[in-house]
Write a protein that binds this ligand. Structure first.
Ligand code: FES
Length: 304
């Protein structure tokens, strides 16, 4: 979908080091609809692109809301938002995309860590009143945890909050039975604890969203060819060059975003070959994320 031009509607401090930013369409028209778990990618005036989960009300087409934590090791994105973004400023954003969709279920466990509450907030809103839910919200300190009151208003007695040292999640969550969908977003160690604690239980599905790629070690890269089925082109991918870069240099219509395998912007259809999925989205089967993934076979066939 076409990028959107939006205007900053308000900027609010919502926790220590966290601002909520709301956008409206510059034309005044309604914004495209979205579902809980969706994110948008902002193109900042300093040419950086960053993706942020939507944390407003999906039923309100007049505005989008995101929240941005100022990172101590900011590479320019969160620093720009905190230091330079102003109400009334115009920006380009992508239409919403969703790599973290909420599936229908009779029972949910939601686990949020710090700024990871952003995709969880609309999920709790969607699930409250129609399913059994438990919500765990953790953070370094209560002052650093945005939207505590909003989450409490949505989740009511289903909410457990914890600040300070990482808690024993199994203890906080309690028993988790078959049919439960577990959704988690937050720091890497918290997500690993969720996966280790609940991912092996029979009948329990765990869904996580990462802001940063996991640290993993892969086999040394090799060169291979990408055969582009729609454009009838063959592109060589050399060692040290991503598939995404090779396709873009060849003039093929593929789009990049995070280039770290977490945002999903670059996803393309995989039609053949033996892929080496290296993304943190859960790329498998029919989709390949060419910013990080590679090939284990001499050729990959892509729907490009
Ligand atoms: S550009 Fe973000 S997943 Fe590839």
């Amino acid at each position: 979908m076409e990028p959107l031009r939006v205007r900053v509607d308000y900027i609010d401090a919502v926790a220590d080091g966290v601002v909520a930013v709301s956008f409206r369409n510059v034309t005044g028209a309604e914004l495209p609809g979205w579902d809980p778990g969706a994110h948008v990618e902002l193109t900042l005036p300093n040419w950086l692109t960053r993706h942020y989960s939507l944390c407003g009300d999906p039923a309100d087409p007049s505005r989008y809301r995101i929240a941005v934590r100022r990172e101590r090791t900011s590479r320019g994105g969160s620093e720009y938002v905190h230091e330079f973004l102003r109400v009334g400023q115009e920006l380009t954003i992508s239409s919403p995309r969703n790599n973290f969709p909420l599936v229908q279920a009779p029972e949910y466990v939601f686990v949020a860590g710090g700024i990871g509450v952003t995709p969880i907030l609309p999920m709790v809103q969607a699930a409250a009143g129609r399913a059994r839910l438990r919500v765990v919200y953790t953070g370094r300190s209560s002052e650093s945890m945005p939207f505590r009151e909003e989450l409490a208003a949505l989740a009511g007695g289903a909410l457990r909050t914890h600040s300070g040292e990482p808690p024993d999640l199994a203890d906080l969550v309690g028993p988790v039975g078959p049919g439960t969908q577990v959704y988690a977003c937050g720091p890497g160690p918290m997500l690993e604890a969720v996966e280790a604690g609940f991912g092996t239980r029979e009948g329990v599905s765990v869904h996580v969203e990462r802001f940063r790629p996991r640290h993993r070690v892969f086999a040394p890269d090799t060169a291979f060819d990408v055969v582009c089925a729609r454009s009838d082109r063959r592109v060589r991918v050399e060692v040290g060059v991503s598939i995404l870069d090779a396709l873009q240099r060849a003039g093929l219509p593929v789009t990049g975003g995070c280039r770290e395998g977490v945002c999903g912007t670059c996803g393309v259809g995989l039609l053949g070959g033996d892929p080496d999925h290296r993304d943190d989205i859960g790329g498998a089967g029919g989709t390949l994320y060419p910013c990080v993934s590679r090939s284990l076979s001499p050729e990959l066939l892509l729907d490009v």
